[in-house]
Design a binder for this molecule. Structure first.
Ligand code: HEC
Length: 126
């Protein structure tokens, strides 16, 4: 009998953890965003010669810079998905956005700048 209780306790703990994870996933999809971040002169230059090459060309198939509507569905995936697709590449989007000179921090900022939003304050402070 005693082992029975122990097993059901573990099951309960497992269920709790699974529920918590589900909550976290949900929180991410309703993440709130602020206005796009500011870039330094150097970052703007880098952004222009890399990201805008495709994201400023309507024939490239990339969601366009400054076109808020085409970014809504992208943001709906959550920032982590956009970030991982930028680092690893995704469909016609090359890994690192073909920007070998960009640091990971640059890329984080460029995604937000390109998509016209910034992560909320709480996320930024982490
Ligand atoms: C060679 C062209 C090209 C360059 C350069 C490029 N992109 Fe993209 N990017 C694309 C295309 C095409 C897509 C759309 C992929 C799809 O959904 O089919 C895309 C999609 C994206 C997405 C959305 C991914 C998603 O999950 O929906 C992000 C974010 C992004 N690019 C960021 C960047 C950033 C930041 C840079 C500059 C560092 C950059 N891209 C440079 C072509 C490019």
């Amino acid at each position: 009998m005693k082992t029975h209780i122990t097993i059901s306790r573990w099951l309960c703990l497992f269920a709790c953890v699974a529920t918590l994870n589900a909550c976290n996933a949900e929180r991410e999809s309703v993440q709130t965003y602020g206005p796009p971040p500011e870039l330094t002169e150097e970052q703007l230059e880098l952004f222009d010669v890399t990201c805008v090459g495709c994201h400023g060309d309507k024939d490239s198939g990339a969601p366009l810079f400054g076109d808020g509507a085409s970014w809504d569905a992208r943001w709906a995936k959550g920032f982590d998905a956009l970030y991982s697709h930028t680092i690893n590449g995704f469909e016609g989007m090359p890994a690192l956005g073909s920007c070998a000179a960009c640091t990971k921090q640059d890329l984080e900022l460029f995604i937000q700048y390109l998509g016209g939003r910034s992560l909320n304050q709480a996320a930024k402070e982490n």
